[in-house]
Design a protein around this ligand. Structure first.
Ligand SMILES: Cc1cc2nc3c(=O)[nH]c(=O)nc-3n(C[C@H](O)[C@H](O)[C@H](O)COP(=O)(O)O)c2cc1C
Length: 180
């Protein structure tokens, strides 16, 4: 079973991206072991490397040991939320110790809006490319979130959507093998 580190770019208890990420985890049962990262990190500060915060060390170790990384992020003002960018920045440093390099990454996100994080994903992709990740390009998955997307058990409710998202996970599985 492949180990996947999951970065959810929202700290909100009722985050739709958190719900969506956990529903993906259910769909991936038996295929991927999901490890959800504590994203409540201090804001990036170069000075903190003198005594790195434990959560930052844990983030870097998790990325280094993972077969793949899945980023599930909201869109804020047509861009990345600070929570998502902050984790990306921490894991990219100290200079010369970029944990992202060569890693297989897949991205997705949910928004109540019609465009379902498309603008955010475009910008996120640019950062991941410059960090030397192998970010999966196909399929793109933009979730326009409605409460009925997720059932009472936290699973994807609609059969067609579940099938589509399982295809996304299967592509990521094959992508990880190609990257290796
Ligand atoms: C500061 C801020 C900016 C936002 N900008 C956008 C945006 O550009 N596009 C969009 O679709 N939704 C935007 N939203 C709405 C979010 O998609 C919505 O709050 C969503 O629930 C956030 O994800 P979460 O539930 O996982 O925290 C914004 C929300 C906030 C708080």
């Amino acid at each position: 079973m492949k180990s996947i580190v999951v970065l959810v770019g929202s700290l909100r208890k009722d985050s739709i991206n958190g719900k969506y990420a956990h529903a993906l985890g259910k769909l991936a049962a038996g295929q991927f072991a999901f490890q959800y990262i504590d994203m409540d990190l201090p804001l990036y500060n170069e000075d903190l490397w003198q005594s790195p915060p434990a959560k930052v060390v844990a983030l870097k170790e998790a990325i280094a040991n993972a077969d793949g990384i899945l980023i599930v992020s909201p869109e804020y003002n047509r861009s990345l939320p600070a929570v998502t960018k902050n984790a990306i920045d921490w894991a990219s440093r100290p200079f010369g110790q970029n944990a992202w390099k060569g890693k297989a990454v897949a991205i997705t996100g949910a928004s109540p809006g019609a465009q379902g994080t498309a603008a955010m994903q475009s910008q996120l992709r640019s950062s991941l490319v410059i960090l030397g990740t192998a970010v999966m390009g196909d399929p793109e998955v933009y979730i326009s979130f409605k409460p009925e997307l997720i059932d009472a058990d936290g699973a994807i409710a609609n059969e067609g959507t579940a099938k589509f998202l399982k295809g996304f996970l299967d592509n990521f599985d094959a992508w990880i093998d190609r990257v290796k």
